[in-house]
Design a protein around this ligand. Structure first.
Ligand SMILES: NC(=O)c1ccc[n+]([C@@H]2O[C@H](COP(=O)([O-])OP(=O)(O)OC[C@H]3O[C@@H](n4cnc5c(N)ncnc54)[C@H](O)[C@@H]3O)[C@@H](O)[C@H]2O)c1
Ligand SMILES: [Zn+2]
Length: 355
């Protein structure tokens, strides 16, 4: 029987935060949600409905005084507050760094003063850049696991979308990325997630407290934001299908992703909050454990919505990540958690929710 905790949950009014608040309360814990209700995420400005057992402190995570009072009586911190979004515009660079890097720093400072024993930090699959690849040629297993070279325009035009081995030029075979893979953040948002993990490491070394970095993969489900680097594609396809238009799938549709339902993510976060792993940062992939191609996801969604078959266009953006799918085995071992929601059932629920 687990002891009831009081958790400070930053970003608890957001997409993953709302599901996490519900899951924490269902597990018997009480929650203080600290959220600034950013206007771009909450345009209506209305206060979110919180379940009994949760209360809202409307404040910015960069406000040391507000964070310090919100921490009173807390046994654990879950830090989800961040500027998410696509980060396509370099004008946003200071907002990302301020919201995410400075926000994490202020929170960790307050957590150290409060002698907080455990912090869970929302990291992301974007810390990896590309997923894991193996070179299997010219002799079998030739160069083993390698970092992929950049994709060439001639290849993309010839519809060769998989990257090549930087040593022998053979087209690589994708695999599952584990937590010890090298980090390769490719945009400002991703850089803030890597930096957040590093700050967490420094905080844990200084304080001797426990830290878990949960690296979420493509989270989808009711209430999902429409313009994230994650499940944005599911949202986009859904809008097309809602207008009886065929979803348009880039490349050959074989890009591999790991779509994980928000309720599964919330369950993993609850387990992570309940399970301090000792000093140092424990990074954990949080994915469904099932590889799905973007084309397959589009087909299932079209079927669920009774819409036209997807069209594979061969269009590409050279900088797109080709494959990134997780091994979530470590989370299974450390947290005793596994994703439960199958993709089709999850997409049916997403469509029903209309969110
Ligand atoms: N959605 C995904 O697929 C995904 C994948 C990997 C990682 N993540 C991470 O999970 C976390 C939650 O993401 P989400 O999809 O729920 O995003 P979201 O935008 O729906 O939620 C973020 C919440 O944080 C709040 N917030 C932002 N800046 C704040 C600040 N400075 N002070 C206080 N509150 C602030 C916002 O008002 C919002 O309610 C983020 O850290 C994100 O980077 C999300
Ligand atoms: Zn090779």
């Amino acid at each position: 029987m687990l002891v009831a905790m009081h958790t400070l949950l930053t970003g608890g009014a957001g997409f993953i935060g709302a599901a996490t608040t519900r899951a924490l309360v269902r597990a018997g814990h009480t929650v203080t949600v600290l959220d600034s209700l950013r206007e771009d995420v909450h345009p209506s400005g209305t206060t979110p409905d919180l379940p009994d057992g949760a209360r809202l402190a409307r404040a910015d995570v960069r406000d040391l005084g507000a964070v310090t009072s919100a921490l009173e009586g807390a046994d654990a911190v879950v830090h989800l507050a961040a500027k998410v979004g696509l980060g396509v515009n370099i004008d946003d660079i200071d907002d990302y760094v301020s919201s995410n890097d400075l926000g994490t720093a202020v929170l960790l400072r307050a957590a150290a003063t409060a002698r907080m024993p455990h912090v869970v930090f929302a990291s992301s699959m974007v810390v990896y850049g590309e997923g894991r690849y193996e070179c299997a040629g010219p002799g079998s297993g030739e160069h083993g696991v390698v970092g992929p070279g950049p994709r060439r325009i001639e290849d993309l035009d010839a519809r060769i979308f998989d990257p090549r081995c930087p040593r022998c030029d053979t087209v690589l075979v994708p695999g599952l990325v584990a937590e010890d893979a090298p980090l390769d953040p490719r945009n400002v948002y991703a850089a803030t997630k890597v930096h957040g993990e590093h700050l967490l490491g420094a905080w844990s070394r200084e304080t001797g407290a426990s830290a878990t970095a949960v690296r979420f993969h493509n989270v989808y489900g009711p209430g999902m934001p429409r313009d994230t680097p994650y499940a944005g594609v599911a949202s986009l396809f859904r809008s097309e299908l809602a207008h009886s238009r065929a979803p348009r799938v880039f490349e050959d549709g074989a890009q591999r992703r790991d779509f994980v339902h928000v309720d599964d993510v919330a369950a993993a976060v609850v387990r992570a909050a309940e399970s301090p792993a000792g000093p140092g940062v424990t990074p954990l992939n949080v994915g469904s454990g099932t590889v799905t191609s973007v084309g397959e996801m589009a087909r299932v969604l079209a079927d669920v919505m009774d819409g036209p078959e997807p069209v594979v266009t061969g269009q590409y953006r050279a900088g797109d990540v080709r494959h990134v799918t997780a091994s979530s085995e470590r989370a299974a071992q450390v947290l005793g958690w596994r994703a439960q929601v199958p993709l089709r059932a999850g997409l049916e629920e997403l469509v029903r929710s209309g969110a």
